[in-house]
Design a protein around this ligand. Structure first.
Ligand SMILES: Nc1ncnc2c1ncn2[C@@H]1O[C@H](COP(=O)(O)OP(=O)(O)OP(=O)(O)O)[C@@H](O)[C@H]1O
Length: 758
């Protein structure tokens, strides 16, 4: 047993479940390096019991079995304890003044006589109250953490529970623990179930069974499914709940009666009974109804686009007069010469490109899909030119900020994120709400969505709800890319339904095919190994097997070699298939940060969980925050850190000018370093150069679409490095159609819904 004060934390895992720290014993003995399975802060006074172990690299370490937190008793310990981020608004300086004034009594004074804090210079009534509240909150959190600690819930998750339920957290945990699995990101059924058992909830309690079935469905959604077939749902639930199938079926019936889950009978190719969580049921059903209605409108009643359809330049066969952009419009039969996106050079639209232009003029729902260099932008510009010529109002949108910015650049017209187009916002107590909907639709004759492969079911539904009858929808994207991060496979389903007018652009243009990146992207799509090195010098393969050497190489490429190669202001991005491991996002980011943005005398920094954020860091928002209006995948830079207030400001580029967003302590979970990103998070973005490690450790997730998506993010240079065997395996692996969804079947009229209670 050893009692002492934590001198410093040397490593802390991101989820707060693992900390390595140095403890200075109170008995004056030598410093102890200890490992604990919980969060530990510098300055904390702890009593440790455990076993000594010898680590080959770090030497003797105390592997803690029990860590007991003691009230700090030294001046220094108290200052560190109070000033280390425990209470908002109390940094090291304020803490020092408080401790110097009240000495050992400070914690009691904060708790019992907070008014007296005003005796300290610089502390007014408000600040005193803030300190007392902060400390009370800390105590409540401490109680919650103590309760959860021996139930296998670490401080990281406990913190999240706290942020979700606030002062009610302990009550929720003790009375309705299954809410944790439903409402707290990162808490699974097993944890909620363990807590439930501790508080005396029976194993056959209907609440438990229903929570288990719902959890299985939501897990399915995490994997991209909007529904699960009956047998899979029952089987997974039986395994999770360790309950008989009859009990599970009973719970399913209860959930259907409560309208939390819906059942649907599907005929046709993928026939059977499927179950969806309410949210995806409504979204898919609503989306299908609206898409179907869209195609009917065009046949029966002309929408806003209808009456003008015969206007002059729209489809005049022989019109070759210059359009507003100096382009010549196409004849429907012969190839049309007009400007390329770069301007200047005349290009002749190919028949498939012409078909796309024509489809956009004729059909209410159009999908234009093609790989890099097939002329999506060229076609889109022509479509826009024609629509504008007819006086049509067109809205351009894309699922992410970066994709919207690119769309804006390539079309030279304003473009928005879909969230902004739909006026997404946070409504107190109700969460995300879109201000554009049936009764206040988007005012446009046509809406164009680029990078539409990234759109998930919920976003599609939100968009369709906001389209007025007759507003045409033009979806542009690359169907070979990874499907959306969220559940659904919207693009694939719409194509498969046969309801939309689908135009596939297949011809790759000379300029594009002279790019090693484009050529190799297509080789990957066709299942062939890419070249080791392209003659154009824009594609390299580096064979490296040792993970440590590989990680060093990634850093050296990012920091030194590529900036020289592509020029100083070129944007370089490391893309990796996984989160964990030395070559995952979590392993590479701190290494890259250490080299690109090392600590410095003027660089303030804050520590959060296992992460350090430093002034100047490149960071990414990792979930949608409608209050702050920052969305999953937005990348910005840390421009201000106030260690005293524990506030951090991140600046995000925005078409309307840079935008500063404030993050308070506790909200930093929503950020991660962005020197290395996962391939999924990079969807919709382009960079000058990308560096992609491909190693056997990533085999679980490596697949053709992932690799294709990663390499097509690069504009000027791709460096792949790793193990050729892993690369081969990735290219050979095609997932395709792996998601369970009902949109296509609904659009084909192959779904009959089971009516609750019917
Ligand atoms: N019909 C055509 N004749 C000649 N060149 C063409 C034609 N269509 C497109 N191009 C050229 O091919 C190149 C790629 O076109 P574009 O940028 O429109 O494709 P894209 O599908 O949007 O590509 P990416 O997805 O890579 O941005 C451009 O240089 C463009 O000028």
């Amino acid at each position: 047993m050893v009692v002492g004060v934590v001198e410093r934390v040397t490593y802390a895992s991101e989820d707060g479940r693992f900390t390595v720290f140095v403890l200075r014993p109170e008995n004056g003995g030598p410093e102890v390096t200890a490992v604990a399975r919980q969060q530990v802060r510098a300055g904390e006074r702890l009593r440790l019991t455990g076993r000594w172990k010898h680590h080959p690299r770090f030497g003797a370490q105390l592997d803690c079995l029990h860590v007991v937190s003691l009230a700090p008793n030294s001046r220094e310990g108290l200052i560190r304890f109070l000033g280390g981020g425990l209470i908002r608004g109390v940094g090291p300086k304020t803490a020092e003044r408080l401790v110097d004034h009240f000495g050992q009594d400070i914690l009691r004074v904060i708790e019992d006589e907070p008014g007296r804090l005003r005796e300290v210079e610089g502390i007014g009534a408000r600040k005193a109250e803030q300190i007392a509240d902060g400390y009370r909150e800390h105590r409540q959190m401490r109680d919650l953490m103590m309760f959860l600690q021996d139930k296998g819930v670490g401080p990281g998750l406990a913190g999240r529970i706290w942020r979700t339920f606030g002062h009610d957290a302990l009550a929720v945990v003790q009375q309705t623990p299954y809410r944790l699995a439903e409402e707290v990101w990162g808490i699974g059924f097993a944890t909620a179930d363990r807590i439930a058992r501790e508080v005396g909830i029976a194993r056959d309690d209907p609440g438990r069974l229903q929570a288990g079935v719902l959890y299985v469905l939501m897990q399915g959604a995490e994997e991209g499914h909007t529904c699960l077939p009956e047998d899979r749902l029952v089987e997974r639930s039986v395994r999770l709940l360790e309950s008989p199938p009859d009990a599970v079926r009973g719970a399913m019936a209860d959930l259907i009666a409560r309208r939390r889950v819906y059942g649907s009978v599907v005929t046709g190719e993928r026939g059977g009974v499927y179950y969806s969580p309410a949210v995806y049921y409504h979204a898919e059903r609503g989306a299908a109804q609206r898409l179907t209605a869209m195609t009917l409108w065009s046949a029966t009643e002309a929408g806003p686009l209808g009456p003008k359809e015969t206007s002059p330049a729209a489809d005049k066969e022989d019109d070759t007069s210059p359009g507003p952009e100096g382009c010549r419009t196409a004849s429907s039969d012969s190839p049309a010469p007009f400007d390329s996106p770069e301007g200047g050079r005349d290009v002749i639209l190919t028949p498939e490109q012409l078909e796309a232009v024509r489809a956009a003029a004729e059909a209410p729902l159009v999908v234009i899909t093609g790989g890099p260099g097939t002329g999506k932008t060229t076609v889109l510009r022509e479509i826009l030119r024609r629509l504008e010529e007819q006086g049509r109002k067109v809205e351009l949108a894309a699922p992410t900020g970066r994709a919207a910015k690119r769309l804006e650049e390539s079309t030279e017209r304003p473009a928005k994120t879909l969230h902004r187009l739909l006026e997404a916002g946070h409504v107190e107590g109700r969460g995300l709400r879109f201000q554009r909907h049936e009764s206040r639709p988007i005012e446009a004759d046509a809406v164009v969505v680029d990078e539409c492969s990234m759109m998930d079911t919920l976003l599609l539904y939100a968009l369709l709800r906001a389209l007025a009858p007759g507003t045409r929808l033009i979806l542009v994207g690359d169907a070979h890319q990874l499907p959306s991060v969220g559940p659904g496979q919207v693009l694939e389903d719409i194509i498969a339904s046969g309801l939309a007018r689908v135009v596939r652009l297949t011809r790759v243009f000379r300029q594009a095919s002279e790019s090693g990146i484009v050529r190799n992207a297509y080789r990957i799509l066709e299942g062939q190994l890419p070249e080791l090195r392209s003659p154009e010098g824009d594609w390299f393969w580096l064979e490296r097997r040792d993970p440590e050497a590989l990680a060093r190489e990634v850093v050296s490429l990012y920091v030194r070699r590529l900036p020289t190669f592509i020029g100083g202001d070129g944007e370089i991005q490391v893309l990796t298939p996984m989160r964990r491991g030395p070559l995952g996002v979590e392993g590479l980011n701190p290494r890259l940060q250490g080299e690109v943005n090392p600590p410095g005398p003027d660089k303030t920094e804050v520590q959060a969980g296992g992460k350090v954020f430093r002034l100047g860091d490149r960071v990414m928002q990792v979930r949608n925050d409608y209050q702050k209006e920052v969305f999953n995948g937005d990348v910005g830079r840390v421009v201000e850190i106030d260690p005293e207030e524990r506030d951090m400001t991140v600046e995000y580029p925005d078409p309307a000018g840079p935008r500063r967003v404030l993050y308070r302590d506790g909200e930093w979970d929503d950020l991660q370093l962005a020197y290395a990103l996962s391939v999924h998070k990079s969807q919709g973005s382009e960079y000058d150069a990308v560096v992609i490690p491909v190693v056997p450790a990533h085999t679980v997730v490596l697949e053709r679409a992932l690799l294709y998506t990663a390499v097509t993010r690069a504009k000027r240079l791709v460096v792949l490095l790793g193990d050729r065997r892993a690369l081969q395996r990735a290219i050979a692996r095609v997932r395709g159609h792996s998601r369970s969804t009902l949109l296509a079947a609904r659009l084909r009229g192959e779904v009959e819904d089971l009516i609750p209670g019917g």
